[in-house]
Design a protein around this ligand. Structure first.
Ligand code: CUA
Length: 343
């Protein structure tokens, strides 16, 4: 029964790790920091795994060993172990205790030195700073630049150039959240009225999923984001596009959609640069159509999902701060066309 359960659990773990496609895995590192952490993880895994195996072998030996007729009587009464056995047992127990302390000490040293080397990776040239602000339940990202014209605000998805160290400056608007991209580094809490720092650097291109790693309320589990690492030239091209204000719709349906958007309460919370929408309490939508997901990684970014999300955000993500705005049926499709057209 037990082994059946263990096998089922293992099968689940393997199946789930296969579905994830290693886009969110701390043992598939894509950067030096995550590499160090994965090394430590494997060291702990093998050490504790071997210890577990040895303990199980001795337990089985003890359970299956032929009893010597003493099982019915308390040890003290008649069958006291001989002096020789007693001193042998004392030696074994002392040896095992010393070994345990040594192993724990080695694990402690390994853990502390990994922590040190992860934080030592930070002081590199050519670094870029991205400010992240945790909100219930989405992420605001700001690419910091000395030139205000090159400052960029976006939400729930960032692009980073491969090989460039990125300083993530973390803050929170409400409660404690935790920024975590397992393929790139460990967790870093985002704390209200405080700034925390974490460094990430991708070794190779890829899409990496990040997750809030600190319980922050009802929709904590629906607070994900994407980090897209790409070669420097592709990143620059992306940056150029993102810095542009939103494209004016040319198609008459999308044009009508823009009017629907601007006429409704959406504009009090959301921003679309280049229009009158300048709210700052919800994700910036200037290039919304180019993002992979909506509602902070909750749904794929498609017309169908967006329609469902706008019509009834409280069913998709109960408790979230998106208002349910009654949009007349005939205006829904134009609105979707407009928003998805914001590439
Ligand atoms: Cu934010 Cu959990």
């Amino acid at each position: 029964m037990r082994s059946g359960l263990a096998t089922t659990a293992l099968a689940w773990v393997l199946a789930l790790s296969a579905c994830a496609g290693h886009q969110q895995s701390s043992i598939d590192p894509a950067g030096r920091q995550a590499d160090e952490i994965a090394g430590l993880w494997w060291f702990f895994f093998w050490t504790t795994g071997i210890i577990f195996g040895v303990v199980m072998v001795f337990t089985l030996l003890a359970l299956t060993r032929r009893h010597r007729g003493i099982e019915q009587e308390p040890l003290e009464s008649t069958h006291r172990p001989s002096e020789e056995t007693e001193s042998k047992l004392t030696r074994v127990v002392t040896g095992a205790t010393i070994l345990t302390v040594l192993i724990l000490l080695v694990m402690l040293v390994a853990s502390v030195s990994t922590g040190k080397s992860v934080s030592a990776l930070s002081h590199e040239k050519n670094a870029m700073t991205i400010e992240v602000t945790g909100n219930q339940w989405w992420w605001n990202f700001r690419y910091v630049n000395d030139d205000p014209r090159r400052e960029l605000v976006t939400a729930n998805e960032i692009h980073i150039p491969v090989g460039r160290p990125i300083m993530i400056r973390g803050m929170s608007q409400d409660v404690i959240h935790s920024f975590w991209v397992p393929n790139l580094n460990g967790k870093r809490d985002l704390i209200p009225s405080r700034t925390t720092i974490e460094w990430i650097k991708a070794d190779h291109p890829g899409r990496f999923r990040g997750e809030c790693a600190e319980f922050c309320g009802m929709q904590h589990a629906h607070m994900a984001f994407w980090v897209i690492a790409e070669p420097e030239d592709q990143f620059d091209a992306w940056m150029q596009r993102e810095l542009q204000p939103a494209a004016e719709p040319t198609d008459p349906v999308a044009k009508h959609g823009q009017q629907v958007f601007l006429d409704h309460a959406c504009v009090f919370c959301h921003s679309v640069r280049g229009t009158a929408a300048a709210g700052h309490t919800a994700p910036d939508l200037t290039h919304f159509g180019s993002r992979l997901t909506i509602a902070a990684g909750t749904l794929p970014n498609s017309m169908g999902h967006l329609g469902g999300w706008i019509a009834d955000p409280q069913t998709v993500k109960p408790g979230n701060h998106m208002a349910t705005i009654p949009v007349p049926a005939g205006d829904v499709q134009p609105l979707l066309n407009y928003l998805e057209g914001l590439k």
